[in-house]
Design a protein around this ligand. Structure first.
Ligand code: NAD
Length: 793
């Protein structure tokens, strides 16, 4: 036995295992197999059962059923049946249930922590101190939203039945992120846990029985990807909420295109962890521990790309190696372990394959000198040096405890490297200079930014990504909106089949050109541009008479317009006050051409009240000018030593596709909110009435709108919309057209996963401010960036 002196010298830890007797007993009582939880009852486990393995011991700890299409049907039917009563409950009643869930989780914290550790392989330290407390916090926070929802979101109602699909890396926490807001808003739920980690969801269902949640409000169907696909594709599911890999996110985007289902996607990441030369290096080293070795690196927002300023890089990497040598990897139930097992042997081999590829590409893998247990899915923590931005390990999500590193000289270089990824989930920034840190926070493209911190989460702080990390937010006010709807945007009558046909042949017969005779051009980069294809199409007006010609844009014109828009980045940095001034000026200039526009609208033969439409257009400019400096972010109450800001950031370039009705007002109603929030726009004007766009660009030209901020194209609506949907540099797309077109743009966007706002081919009453303008437009024109700043002692 070692003496106290020996112990003091070596500082060896003794084992400190957490007892799992209670959980083992629970598992053995369910050894026959775990079924689904449908309509308040547990089904018996029939059919093919999936083995559930503790990755740290490789023992099978249970078996779960694989949900079939029939199981999904039954669960959706139960959720549908429960919806009317649950959604009609006063918020206070729902709040009581959510509060009871939170309380019961807290009372069972130890049980849930041990079960999660045995199911997933993560350490008890993390399940006990992070996962389960955050789960309880999420239900408390949303008990609050249930209480307040009617007051806080007066124009909204719950979406309906929500199909929710979650991954294995934070099993119960991801469940809480999905279930809590859904229930608070008044929805009912069909949730599928990951097949690797089904246990805590089952225990959660038992807890729901205990607290007496009405049957059918939450249904849990166990299973794999096929079960998930059956949920996402079920015709009676109104919203799909998915957390998982970007590839599956794409599959779901395509699968439900055109269905009108609301969709939120929380996908992968390759998040930068930026260390400036003036950072507190020791603190930043501890940050890396939490960024990439927390949860074995199986974290969507892991700081997996360490970007270190050149002057301090060697010192920083030395410190990191020294710190890495002290990591303890082993039995996750041992309270002294820093890292447990990755989720499965398969995941381990996936990680190893990626690491091998990194080494083959010339990067040096620095591994911690730790002895791993002989059995189990344990992975040595480490980091790459000599890696290059183009290396696969710098681009692909490893989802294991290994980071890549790159160095940079200037802040500009740091920003360029940080944004050199198709993802945009999170960023962690380390600097003692607040100015530099804030500048970086503004310039990195990420939904969550931690300054001198990393991997911090709170129910009040919206979480979610930019770009291929998905869309939608979880947590806080923004998260609640994912589970609510106003519903107005898809309720109008279906539009008549087609936009007017494109007719490029010379018009026959004598045209009535008394009122207007123009050959409209395109408007790209602040200049009138002839269409690349050199073609125009005939525009017909009142009584079917040809009244002019409009440019027929093609793919090249779309690309030129996007390029021009992407150059006009300065607009995002213009003050809100100045953007408002531009919008007022636009109204002023429009007003001076009132007669001309009214005549042009009348000449279309499609506008019943041209004066009214024109007047509404002027008012709309004023309304968005008024909103420019009022559609604010917020400071949310998260952890005591942080001030957490939510900022509404522009997307960049938004594509907008205008319908044929209200050719002036609809076009402006789509352009104005986008530019109000600092976006640039590539707009496709009404196919049938494109001459209005030609008048409009003359107004834009004289209204101090910088070149490239608004680009206007005319031509075949859906062909141009498809190019916009597929374009990687168009960050979001609003489509008003046909039902087929709505489906088409949603499918076409699956590659780059831009958020699409399509109207399913429904007419909109643009004159009515409830539908033609509003905060919904501004919300769709911005993405929430959550910035965590140290604050206070
Ligand atoms: P995954 O995409 O393979 O699986 C996620 C879930 O989707 C599982 O429940 C799975 O059964 C189900 N699924 C698989 N195919 C499906 C299909 N065709 N239709 C419907 N459902 C299907 O991901 P994973 O390996 O379980 O999780 C790791 C990924 O999750 C990583 O990419 C990680 O970044 C991401 N993640 C993201 C967040 C976030 O908030 N952004 C959080 C956690 C994890």
């Amino acid at each position: 036995m070692p003496s106290i002196k020996d112990i003091m010298q070596t500082m060896e830890y003794g084992p400190a295992p957490e007892s799992n007797a209670e959980v083992k007993a629970w598992l053995s009582a369910r050894s026959a197999g775990i079924g689904h939880f449908i309509d308040g009852r547990f089904t018996s486990a029939n059919g093919d059962l999936i083995d559930v393995v503790n990755p740290a011991t490789e023992d099978v700890i249970g078996r779960v059923a694989k949900g079939t299409a029939d199981d999904v049907d039954a669960a959706v039917a139960a959720a549908r049946a429960a919806f009317p009563e649950w959604s009609a409950l006063p918020g206070h009643e729902r709040a009581k249930y959510l509060y009871a869930i939170a309380r019961h989780i807290q009372k069972r914290e130890r049980f849930f922590s041990v079960l999660e550790t045995m199911d997933n392989g993560k350490t008890i330290r993390e399940t006990r101190d992070i996962d389960i407390p955050l789960v309880a916090r999420h239900f408390y926070h949303h008990a609050g939203w249930a209480e307040l929802v009617a007051d806080a979101f007066p124009q909204h109602r719950p979406v309906g039945v929500c199909g929710q699909i979650i991954p294995w890396n934070f099993p119960l926490l991801m469940l809480a992120w999905k279930v809590a807001p859904a229930l608070a808003a008044g929805n009912t739920v069909v949730l599928k846990p990951a097949d690797l980690t089904p246990m805590t969801a089952h225990a959660f269902a038992e807890l729901l029985v205990e607290i007496g949640l009405p049957a059918g409000v939450v249904n849990i169907v166990q299973g794999d990807g096929e079960t998930g696909a059956a949920i996402a594709g079920h015709p009676d599911v109104d919203k799909v909420a998915f957390t998982g890999s970007t590839d599956v996110g794409r599959i779901i985007r395509r699968q439900i295109a055109g269905s009108g289902k609301k969709l939120s996607l929380e996908l992968g990441g390759k998040s930068p962890f930026i260390v400036l030369e003036d950072a507190d290096l020791d603190a930043a080293v501890e940050g890396v521990v939490d960024a990439i070795w927390f949860n074995q690196g199986e974290v969507c927002c892991a700081g997996s790309r360490l970007l270190v300023q050149e002057g301090v890089a060697p010192r920083f990497f030395d410190k990191l190696k020294a710190r890495m040598a002290t990591l303890r990897v082993g039995d996750p139930l041992d309270k002294t372990m820093d890292m447990g097992a990755v989720v499965s042997m398969k995941q381990l081999s996936r990680i190893k394959t990626l690491l091998k590829a990194g080494e083959e590409e010339g990067a040096t893998l620095n591994l911690a000198p730790v002895a791993l247990p002989e059995k189990g899915a344990f992975c040595t923590p480490g980091f790459f040096t000599d890696s290059h931005p183009a290396n696969s390990v710098s681009q692909v999500e490893i989802f294991g405890p290994v980071a890549t590193t790159l160095t940079f000289r200037t802040l500009d270089e740091a920003v360029a490297l940080a944004n050199d990824t198709r993802y945009g989930l999170a960023a962690s920034l380390w600097s003692e200079n607040v100015n530099r840190a804030i500048e970086l926070a503004a310039r990195v493209k990420a939904g969550v930014v931690w300054i001198n911190a990393t991997n911090m989460f709170d129910a009040a702080a919206p979480f979610g990504g930019y770009r291929e990390s998905g869309y939608g937010r979880e947590g806080g006010r923004a998260g609640m909106l994912e589970y609510l709807t106003t519903g107005w945007d898809k309720q109008g009558k279906v539009r008549a089949a087609s936009a007017a046909p494109i007719d490029v042949a010379p018009a026959t017969g004598k045209a009535d050109r008394t009122a207007i005779d123009v050959t409209a051009k395109l408007y790209i980069g602040g200049k009138q541009a002839r269409p690349d294809g050199g073609q125009s199409y005939t525009v017909y007006g009142k009584g079917g008479a040809a009244i002019g010609e409009a440019g027929l844009a093609n793919r090249k014109d779309v690309r030129n317009a996007v390029e021009a828009a992407n150059k006009a980045t300065a607009w995002g940095g213009v003050t809100a006050h100045n953007r408002a001034q531009v919008l007022y000026f636009l109204a002023e200039n429009l007003e001076q051409r009132r007669d001309e526009f009214v005549a042009a609208l009348a000449a279309t033969g499609a506008v019943a009240k041209p004066e009214e439409e024109f007047e509404a257009a002027i008012r709309r400019c004023f309304w968005y000018a008024a909103q420019a400096d009022k559609f604010d972010g917020a400071v949310t109450a998260t952890k005591s030593q942080h001030v957490t800001m939510t900022v509404n950031e522009p997307f960049g370039t938004i594509g907008v596709v205008a319908p044929d009705e209200a050719p002036l007002l609809a076009l402006l109603s789509l352009i104005l909110p986008a530019i109000t929030m600092g976006n640039r726009v590539v707009a496709i004007a009404s196919q049938a009435h494109p001459l209005i766009a030609a008048r409009l660009y003359q107004v834009f030209e004289t209204s101090d709108i910088p070149a490239g901020v608004v680009n206007l194209l005319t031509g075949e609506r859906d062909a141009l919309a498809k190019t916009l949907a597929e374009h990687d540099d168009v960050a979001a797309l609003w489509y008003c057209g046909s039902e087929d077109g709505s489906r088409m743009v949603e499918v076409a966007s699956a590659g780059n996963l831009k958020p699409i706002w399509s109207d399913l081919g429904r007419l909109r009453d643009w004159l009515d401010p409830r539908f033609g303008q509003g905060q919904e437009y501004l919300r769709r024109a911005s993405q929430v960036k959550t910035i965590w700043l140290p604050y206070g002692e």
